[in-house]
Each structure stands twice: as C-alpha cells, then as structure tokens.
Ligand binder design. Sequence first.
Ligand SMILES: CC(C)(COP(=O)(O)OP(=O)(O)OC[C@H]1O[C@@H](n2cnc3c(N)ncnc32)[C@H](O)[C@@H]1OP(=O)(O)O)[C@@H](O)C(=O)NCCC(=O)NCCS
Length: 162
Amino acid sequence: MRIRPAVPADLPVLLEIYNDAVVRTTASWDLAPWTPVEHAEWYATKAEHRHPILVAESDGEVLGYAAYGPFRPKAGYAATMEHSVYVRPGHQGKGIGRALLVAVIEAARANGVHALIGGLSSDNEVSMRLHLSLGFVEVGRLPEVGRKFDRWLDLVLLQLIL
Ligand SMILES: CC(C)(COP(=O)(O)OP(=O)(O)OC[C@H]1O[C@@H](n2cnc3c(N)ncnc32)[C@H](O)[C@@H]1OP(=O)(O)O)[C@@H](O)C(=O)NCCC(=O)NCCS
C-alpha cells in the first residue's frame, strides 16, 4: 500500500467512500449523500488552498483517504485545521486508517499547521481509539448537538498540538 496525493481521477471513488459513510454511519453528520458537483467543489476548494487530500492505494485501488481544511473560517484560526479520514468498507481494520492519519499529521506538520482537530461522534469507538493512540487529547464534549438516525449525537473534539 502507498499513500499519495489525490488526483481528479480519484474523485468518483472518494465520493463513493464518503457517501457510504453518510448513508450508513454517524462518522459524517451529513444526512444526504453528496452529489458529484458538491464533491467536485470540495476538491477544488482543497486544491485552491493547497490543503492536502491523501489517498491510500493498493494494486491500483483506492482504499481510503484523509484530508484537512480550516477548523473555523476567521483569520485568527489559520494555523488550526480539522481533518477527516475514511476507509473503504471491506478494507477497514487492516491498518489503513492509522497509516492515513499518520500521513495527514505529517503533512500538517510539514505545512506549518499548529493544531489539528478531529470532530468525532462519541459513538465512533474505533476512530476514538485510533486518535487517542496517536496522541490526540479530548478537549471538548458537546452533548446532543447532532441528530441522525432519529437519535441525538454527542460531538467529541480531539486535539493534537503539532
Ligand atoms: C475509523 C477508520 C478511519 C479507522 O480506520 P481503519 O483502517 O478501519 O482502522 P485501523 O485498521 O487503522 O485500526 C485503527 C485502530 O482501531 C482498531 N480497530 C479497527 N477496526 C476495529 C473494529 N472493527 N473494532 C475494534 N477495533 C478496531 C484497531 O485495532 C486499531 O488499533 P491498534 O492500532 O491499537 O490495534 C475507519 O474504520 C473508517 O473509515 N470508518 C468509517 C468512517 C469513520 O468513522 N471515519 C472517521 C471519522 S472521525
């Protein structure tokens, strides 16, 4: 497996991976799948601001990706980024998420990011454990700020100072 920057040809697979998480899980709090147009806008914004999208590839197949972007829009937050990581169903639990998270941390460090924030649904035990094992620290817990699948969701904010 290798990790490399995403290219436009990856977009359909990245959209498929993301939308699977939207419709089946609380990893994303989007309630409806993204359209290809929305997804292309997301990619273009990342490219415009030189925010990385890293993909994990094995035998020519994209198995997951990680990315970061602004935590909050105001200028004073410029050195703080919020990241995300998604691994294709069927390939989870094989170390791909860990490799992607390590790579996105390294990219953030290389790009002068000072703090990385992960916003996790409190029921996402796998992601929680993964982040804590890489040095992220819980800095906030916001009860019942999300709603999906007819239940309230708690947001956990995890932080890594780089
Ligand atoms: C969360 C996610 C990114 C983790 O990636 P992954 O490739 O599945 O996880 P890894 O194989 O790298 O394992 C990471 C850790 O979680 C543990 N883990 C993985 N799958 C697990 C499972 N199904 N049950 C329990 N523990 C599990 C591993 O043991 C590992 O811990 P260790 O390194 O201490 O042994 C991935 O499962 C995923 O994309 N899930 C759906 C989307 C999502 O939740 N994204 C994160 C949003 S914050």
